[in-house]
Ligand binder design. Sequence first.
Ligand code: PGA
Length: 250
Amino acid sequence: MRTPIIAGNWKMHKTISEAIETVSHLKEKIKNVKGREVIVAPPFTAISEVSRVLKDTFIAVSAQNIHWEVKGAFTGEVSPIMVKDAGAEFVIIGHSERRQYFGETNETVNKKIKAALKQGLKVILCIGESLEQRESGQTFQVLEEELKKGLFEIKSDGIESIVIAYEPIWAIGTGKTATPEIAEEAHKFIRDYISKIFNKDIGEKIRILYGGSVKPTNISDLMDMEDIDGALVGGASLDPDTFAEIVQFK
Ligand code: PGA
């Protein structure tokens, strides 16, 4: 049995005080929830305060990005040691917005994953195809390439600290969710590929989240699918009531 994970990616939203208010409310709302892992990913500036509020709860904190070096002359960057020090247990790596707007490549994704694992951070690795790639029949090829290059030289003990998020780019922030069947097909492909490059046991254990316009109204149908183990939620994670509803899917 794979424990479901519901993760909220706040992107570039919320000041420190807004973040504190959100998680204070959220932790009350879901304090009796069992059998689920919950993660929130605030912007860098709010990680330490959010971690303080969530101390002694089951809600974990994630960063949304890191640099691959631990320190140095890299103006504007934040290292894995720094986010861990601020209280993050996870880091999101390879989000399509980073790939699209900030030059993230499969090679930098791989460097960042290695750096995160080295510092004891767990990783949420995002992969997914664009609309153009889907329409031209390249979905599986894109997913395979992102996994192959992103996980280059990652060993079996490393993969155990990685969660994969399948996020079709055409479904992110667009209100257009992949149907549960379309998502399941991709998730199955990802699980089979992980089984192939690692082993069957790892393939069975790895959690694969779906991301892209997840809402309280579509989470249950997605979670009914065999290979969907949770969700990475953007827009609908900003409001603690809505996010709590998603966490408590039936
Ligand atoms: P969305 O974002 O839920 O707003 O579509 C998902 C994501 O980018 O992780």
